[in-house]
Design a protein around this ligand. Structure first.
Ligand code: BTN
Length: 262
């Protein structure tokens, strides 16, 4: 399907935010919006800039993976922030950003989107997007990749896990500009809540979407596997897993869902 370039001028006109997207930089093609935001951070750029692109040539995902996009069909953007909070609280910001995406897509479009701790956005068991938070000194970059339009098959060719797009789930293409403005406005709200220190409130917003709770999981943490039942998301954003050896709080890892036999 032919795609139009993102209308970044329209987006900038629509946005009514306080911090996020004070400045919006659009690139038809870039290596990685996260890399560009980190480069801006190194140059002393104030917080609030959003770098958005129609395609990336070296998009990065978690765990050193590549992030593939279908040019002109996805949302690919990164926010540069300079939060006051100490680094151990940053997972809360990352979970808050995931909640922002889920809140917008569920309330505006009625899409049954859930989160898969820590940073996946999932519809019907298929990944539709993900977040990548990276630190550079005092600066933090939050990157979002979201498969908006198009058919999942072209993206699926590069990825070994089930994928989907919003269009495939919603049944019609969505205007990327409208989705972008909605998510950025919600992220502004989330960030101000984070800066105000309302971590419990943010985790509460996130928990409503978390799909792992009650499920049998194995979490890979470095080279170890921790298996058990996902019980909770702690107030600091950790995944609480009940294992045969007792309760474990996991702050970072890759989760695999176990299918239980009856
Ligand atoms: C993941 O699920 O592994 C996280 C994916 C994050 C991808 C986005 S796309 C925009 C930004 N720029 C990047 O290079 N990565 C993030």
């Amino acid at each position: 399907m032919p795609s139009e370039p993102l209308d970044a001028t329209w987006c900038a006109d629509q946005l009514h935010t306080q911090i996020v997207a004070r400045r919006l930089l659009y690139y038809p093609r870039i290596s990685s919006t996260n890399d560009e935001a980190l480069r801006l951070a190194d140059g002393g750029e104030p917080e609030g800039v959003v770098v958005v692109a129609d395609t990336q040539t070296a998009g990065r995902g978690r765990q050193g993976r590549r992030w593939q996009d279908e040019p002109g069909q996805c949302l690919l953007f990164s926010l540069l922030l300079r939060p006051a909070a100490e680094p151990r609280l940053l997972p809360i910001l990352s979970l808050g950003a995931a909640a922002a995406v889920a809140e917008v897509l569920s309330s505006r479009y009625g899409i049954a989107i859930v989160t898969k701790w820590p940073n996946d956005l999932v519809i019907g068991g298929r990944k539709v997007g993900g977040l990548l938070l990276e630190r550079r000194g005092e600066a933090v970059v939050v990157g979002l990749g979201l498969n908006v339009n198009g058919r999942p098959d072209s993206l699926q060719a590069h990825i070994d896990r089930p994928l989907t797009t919003l269009e495939a789930e919603y049944g019609a293409p969505l205007p990327r500009e409208e989705v972008l403005v909605g998510i950025i406005e919600k992220m502004d709200d989330i960030y101000r809540q984070f800066q105000a220190g309302d971590n419990v409130g943010l985790i509460h917003r996130y928990r409503k979407f978390e799909s792992l709770l009650g499920q049998a999981v194995c979490v890979t943490v470095d080279t170890r596997q921790i298996c058990g039942r996902a019980e909770a998301i702690s107030d600091l954003g950790a995944l609480v897993v009940a294992t045969a050896q007792g309760q474990r709080e996991i702050t970072a890892g890759e989760v695999e869902l176990l299918v239980e036999s009856e």
